[in-house]
Every structure is written in structure tokens, then in C-alpha cells.
Design a protein around this ligand. Structure first.
Ligand code: ADP
Length: 498
């Protein structure tokens, strides 16, 4: 009897496996941390074998704690940290270099060398020239292993994002596939033709033979023969697209914002891609039955991470949750603004050189005001992204679906609703990433018949409604924009001679 969908969520810091029932509820969950490596300042890598081992572990643990077996699993879904790049040997199946993680800046020079190709690349991929995406990471690996280019040209090497790596391992090396969403983050995939693009491959000098075949999200990605039960992987998507799907944002104009380490906002824009003039990325949301749905995406680099900074570096709070308690002890921020540009600013500014700043300090400001202002910076940054989306797509935002760790903070969510002047909707089940991949897998094997079927499962935990007068919103947001401008104007010399 097929009772469950098994969803694997391979994230930057951990791997989770979740058993989901037909009501879209989590029945059991297992989780393992995955250690990131920082070989040099700005570099982030991870051992691909550890990712694979953590996946085996969580699946085995899940089967043990739930007293289930793979015979009860209808299909497997995989969602993953996007862009992270693995290159492995076609014969041995062993990775030839560590996986280079999406956050890693080690390929900045490779991107700078190709800066003049920015517009050309954006017009085909919807992305910006940035080390974030996979293409420069593949180039780096081929440049840093013996005979890398020659081996790649001889067809001896394979590339994959983490989904492909796991599919390859789970199918005993039989299947080399990825899905359209992960492909759309490589900078090698043309999101208009929905194909690997020869001209993009030439820019990076990457042989096409390395690349996986690209399938729709609910396609058959092969039998997970490494595990018993003859279960097939039937749903694959990058984490943010999976969350959009898990939040049931199926109509154009529907958006979700994930408040994790960073904040990632995606808006469904329907079946026509548009190239952003507002600093947003265009990306594939999913493809089913050959029809592609696209999304606009905005990224905030410091989301929940700024709260971790208050806790770990500033020692101002003991836990992330305490930020709410402290911020609630005062009624306003006493005019303080915190601009958390610790690693530059993302959408819509894309300012790598900006650094964090605090404005408006007076003798009356105390730690509670500071915590409140820091918390609110997450909402202001998200408003910047939404404003860019509105300008770009001309869509009015009626409701924003939220998830991720910091969405548990009621004060932040109320302020977000106020400052956006729109309804905020928090689902009952906030692991929307795993749920989205699970839904895709379930659709692939008729565990759920349609998206309408899935929508029945989407239940709301809480809604927030705007309560702040528009005049106050305008005044506060004006102050934020001034603070951002002043932050960006501060450009100290990189290496001071004195
Ligand atoms: P990720 O998937 O990126 O690891 P999560 O969705 O697990 O992130 O969220 C973790 C982040 O959420 C942390 O940065 C943490 O500081 C923040 N966070 C968790 N709970 C709260 C809270 N109650 N208030 C504010 N921030 C929170």
C-alpha cells in the first residue's frame, strides 16, 4: 500500500528527509547537518560524498523511526540548494573536486573577465553575471584539476547540481538528469528555448557532453535502486521554486517570500519570461506537460542571518526568537535604521561593495530599539524587492505567502504586512520546500491527481493584515531609502595605506 511520498531537502547546512501523507502532512522527519568548508576567505565548498552519505543516513533513519519501508513510498521528490556545482568522473562516479557552494566567491575573477557578456547572458538566461551561478564554478573546477579541460573534452567528466549528483548516486550511475529549474540556474540554459545553449557553453568553454539531460519537474528521474522497494524519483526542483510550488502559488501574480538565512522572494509571472530592468532575476518556476511557468526572483542576502549576528556576534539576544520579545518592549525604533549590507546588497541594488550601517542613533535609543530596527530591516529589504517586482510586472500584490525560520516572528510579520500594505499568509506547514518537491513527485505518479487536489491541502496557520496608516508607511520607508542611499555612498578604500 503506497501511503507516502518521500521528500529529500538537501540544503546548504543540512539534509532532511520527510515522509508526507496524502493530506500533505509531515508524518516523520530526519535531519543531518552537513559541514561547509571555507578553504580561503570568501570560498565555500562541501564534500559531495558527505552530501550523499547524509542523504543515505536520513532516508535510513526515516525508515527506522517511522517503522515504514520503501514499499509504502509512492515516489521520491528531491529539492536542493541551487547552483552548487559537482563535477565527477564518468567511470568511477567519484567527484574530482569539492562541490563549490552557491555562496562561494572564488570565481569572481572568471566572471569579471566576462563582464562584457552580461547583457548577452541575461537575455538568454534571465540571470546576472555573478559567481553565484554554476557556469563559472564548472570552469574553475576544470582549471584546477589535472588535465581538466582535456578530460572534459574526451567525455570523461560529468557535471551536475546537487539534484543530479543525488539522482546519479541513487540510480547507481544509471541516470544523469536534472530538472528545468536547476538547469535555469546554471547560466548555460536558455530559458526561452528551454535548451542548453551552445553560445553560452562557448563563453565558458564547457563541453556539452558534461551536462545532464533536462526533464520536466514531475518526470521519471529513474529508479532509486540504491534503496529497496523499486521506488522512482518523480519530482525534482531547486529549493526556492519548490517552495513556490509548496505554497501553491499556481496563478500569475502569486508570490512567496522565504525568511531563512537570506530572503528569497519569487513571483509567478505565468508562461511568458520577461527580462528584468529592475534588478530581478528571471527564472523557470516549473514545467509540466511541456508548458513552462516562469518566476521573477529577488534575493536579500542578510535575512534571518542578521538576527543570528545579534545573537552570536553582538550578544544582544540569547536566541533568534528572543528578538521578538526584546523588540516588543518598545513601541518604535526611536528613529534608528539598520542597513545590513554585510555582504553587499542584493535585489534591486546589486551593490557588492556596500557594507552594513546604522543611522539615527540618539541618547534615547537602547538595545531594544536596536533589536527592533534590526528586525525591521528584514521587512524593509523585502519591500525593496516587492517594489521592484511591482515596477517590473505591473502587478499589484494582494497577498504574500511566507515561510522560513523568521516567519515565526509575529512582530516581524505584522510589520511586513504594515510596510507592504498587504495581507501576509503563513501556512500551517512551513517546510514548503520539501512539500513542493513532494507534491511534484506525487503528481508524477498520480498520488495527487492535479494541482487543484494539492490546493485542498494548503491550510493557513495565520494571516496578518495591514494596520498602519499609509502616511506612516510612507514616512518610515522614506527614512529607509535615505539610509540605504547613505550606506551606498560610504565607499572606504579597500586597503588603507595609513
Ligand atoms: P535556512 O533554511 O536558510 O538555514 P531557516 O528557514 O531554517 O534558514 O531559518 C533560520 C533563520 O531564521 C536563522 O537565520 C534565524 O536567525 C532566523 N530565525 C529563526 N527564528 C526566528 C525568530 N523567531 N525571529 C527572527 N528570526 C528567526
Amino acid at each position: 500500500m503506497k501511503k507516502y511520498i518521500l521528500s529529500i531537502d538537501q540544503g546548504t547546512t543540512s539534509t532532511r528527509a520527510i515522509l508526507i501523507n496524502s493530506q500533505g502532512e509531515e508524518v516523520f522527519k530526519a535531519q543531518r547537518e552537513v559541514e561547509c568548508l571555507f578553504p580561503q576567505p570568501g570560498w565555500v565548498e562541501v564534500n559531495p560524498n558527505k552530501i550523499w552519505i547524509s542523504t543515505i543516513d536520513v532516508i535510513n533513519e526515516l525508515m527506522v523511526v517511522s517503522s515504514s519501508n520503501m514499499e509504502e513510498v509512492a515516489a521520491i521528490g528531491i529539492t536542493n540548494q541551487r547552483e552548487t556545482t559537482v563535477v565527477w568522473d564518468r567511470i568511477t562516479g567519484q567527484a574530482v573536486y569539492n562541490a563549490i557552494v552557491w555562496q562561494s566567491k572564488q570565481t569572481q575573477d572568471l566572471c569579471d573577465e566576462r563582464e562584457d557578456k552580461m547583457e548577452f547572458i541575461q537575455n538568454k538566461t534571465g540571470l546576472r553575471m555573478n559567481p553565484y551561478f554554476s557556469a563559472s564554478k564548472i570552469r574553475f573546477i576544470l582549471d584546477h584539476i589535472p588535465d581538466g579541460q582535456k578530460r572534459a573534452e574526451r567525455g570523461e567528466l560529468m557535471f551536475g547540481t546537487i539534484d543530479s549528483w543525488l539522482i546519479y548516486k541513487m540510480t547507481y550511475g544509471k541516470c544523469h538528469y536534472t530538472d528545468v529549474t536547476n538547469a535555469s540556474r546554471t547560466m548555460l540554459y536558455n530559458i526561452f528555448d528551454m535548451k542548453w545553449d551552445k553560445e553560452l557553453l562557448d563563453i565558458w568553454n564547457i563541453p556539452e557532453s558534461m551536462l545532464p539531460e533536462v526533464l520536466d519537474n514531475s518526470a521519471d528521474f529513474g529508479e532509486a535502486a540504491f534503496f529497496p522497494g523499486h521506488v522512482h524519483i518523480h519530482g525534482v526542483a531547486g529549493d526556492q521554486q519548490a517552495a513556490l510550488f509548496g505554497q501553491c502559488c499556481f496563478q500569475a501574480g502569486e508570490s512567496k517570500n522565504t525568511y531563512g538565512t537570506g530572503c528569497f522572494m519569487l513571483m509567478n509571472i505565468g508562461d511568458k519570461p520577461l527580462i528584468s530592468k529592475q534588478g530581478l532575476l528571471t527564472t523557470v518556476a516549473w514545467r509540466e506537460g511541456g508548458v513552462t511557468t516562469y518566476a521573477l526572483e529577488g534575493s536579500v542576502f542578510m535575512g534571518g542571518a542578521i538576527i543570528q549576528w545579534l545573537r552570536d556576534q553582538m550578544d544582544l539576544i540569547k536566541s533568534s526568537a528572543q528578538s521578538e520579545e526584546y523588540a516588543n518592549r518598545v513601541h518604535d525604533t526611536a528613529g534608528v535604521y539598520v542597513v545590513p549590507a554585510f555582504v553587499g546588497l542584493g535585489t534591486p541594488y546589486w551593490d557588492d561593495d556596500a557594507r552594513g550601517a546604522v543611522f539615527g542613533l540618539t541618547r534615547g535609543a537602547d538595545r531594544h530599539h536596536f533589536v527592533r530596527a534590526t528586525l525591521f530591516s528584514i521587512a524593509y529589504q523585502s519591500k525593496d524587492v516587492i517594489e521592484a517586482m511591482k515596477r517590473e510586472a505591473g502587478l499589484e500584490l494582494k497577498s504574500l505567502r511566507v515561510d522560513g525560520g523568521a516567519s515565526a516572528n509575529a512582530l516581524l510579520m505584522q510589520f511586513q504586512s504594515d510596510i507592504l500594505q498587504c495581507e501576509i499568509s503563513l501556512p500551517k506547514y512551513v517546510e514548503t520546500t520539501a512539500l513542493g518537491a513532494g507534491y511534484m513527485a506525487g503528481l508524477g505518479v498520480n498520488f495527487w491527481k492535479s494541482k487543484a487536489d494539492i490546493e485542498q491541502n494548503h491550510t493557513i496557520q495565520k494571516k496578518y493584515y495591514p494596520m498602519m496608516p499609509q502616511s506612516e508607511v510612507d514616512c518610515l520607508y522614506e527614512g529607509w531609502l535615505q539610509a540605504v542611499n547613505a550606506t551606498r555612498a560610504f565607499k572606504p578604500k579597500k586597503k588603507c595605506e595609513c
